[in-house]
Design a protein around this ligand. Sequence first.
Ligand code: ASP
Ligand code: MG
Length: 471
Amino acid sequence: MISKVKEEKKETLVMKFGGTSVGTTDAMRQVVFIVATEKKNWKNLIVVTSALSGVTDLLLTMADCNPDILDKSVSEITRRHREIAEALIQDKTARDLALNEVEKILSQIKNLCQAIAVLGESTPRIMDTIASAGERMCIHVLAAAIQSAGVPTEAVEATRLIRTDDHFTDAHPNMEKTKELTCSVLSPILAQGKVPVITGFLAANEKGNITTLGRGGSDYSAALIGAALPADDVWIYTDVDGVMTADPRLIPTAATVSVCSYREIAELAYYGAKVLHPKTIRPVIEAGIGLRVCNTFNPNHPGTRLVSELDAQPGVIKAITTIRNLQLVTIEGRGMLGVPGVAARTFEAVAKTGASVPLITQASSEQSICFAIPTSSSARVITLLTTAFKHELEHRDIDRIWATEEVGIVTVVGEGMKSTPGVAGRVFSVLGDNRVNVIAIAQGSSEVSISLVVGASQLKLALQVLHQLIQ
Ligand code: ASP
Ligand code: MG
């Protein structure tokens, strides 16, 4: 009798590969290897991919109406896809088919860019069609490369899977429709034992027009598809060993955080750690799916596991992030106490600039409001605020509206800070001991993070000394 020793395969895994994971021949070869390896462990495997690194940016510059750049960019994008295809797709017919698709998509984009040049303007809807072309080209090369390694695949555009509203460049998914479409399109592909290779980042509205989920949105695509199926796990492959205690380029001793709560990762993503698109988390929590962040170039490293609840943590501070190139805008005046709606009017004016506001503080005396914004938006924000509060400035209810020198935010993140008294004290003492001047402070109401504003020149020092507090 033959005994059954073969281990049962696990059910369904969504793997998402970022731009650097598919950006070069060597990188994509590594992706092919990872997919072929995992195909042995899972019954259903789904691949979601970003565009080749840098291609989305290049496409967006092509839309900038410069005919010289246009031809150069088209040949650059063609060259990069061709190089990878020639190395990784053995069968000539398959290779030609994939490259044909790339060419077709590119010529469509070139036409659009020329039309923009003639008209002298574009629309968010056209920009989404242009921005998403990188993913649409990538799936053909990646799917054929995986197939060339012996794993059957099918390239799938997410316009067939993810349904969104009309909010071009930052569209919001309709989860019910997405579930329906994703299951009906992917089930027959999976039933044939094929790996669907799906475009991240893009989706479609009710009319079938391409929309995108915001820059860096491929992680979110993977989460949406994972939740729709539902998958057991979603693994986000990037180019570092998961979530790090700090940016390893700034802190060479930075280490991987092995387990991270959803609340912690949300704070980290919000405060500048670029490991995961912030919207990725919600769909996977709601569907009860496991999430892992791992490294394409070091696939045996366990990376970071994301969990919904953490047991009490001995290492209270988990990770530290920084955001640079900010200024603090302050509105101050003794007469502000009585003026209704100052905060609402302030942020209404700021919203008009489209600038994001990573930190806000208000003194309890209500005599000033202070918030951080990117340096690139500060002049425009001050102008708009000066107009919005013209009346109050004339009557001296508001004395001044001004921006500081350039600053940065350093954010200390750790779920354990809630239950451990004295963490804030340690943070401030170590900064004080090292003569870092803290200009403003904000603590997230979830008590998972403390953010400190320091002068731009002291940001790195603040990060270094705070990193030493991580056990
Ligand atoms: N390619 C898109 C971007 O660069 C989406 C992504 O990579 O996640 O924003
Ligand atoms: Mg990304």
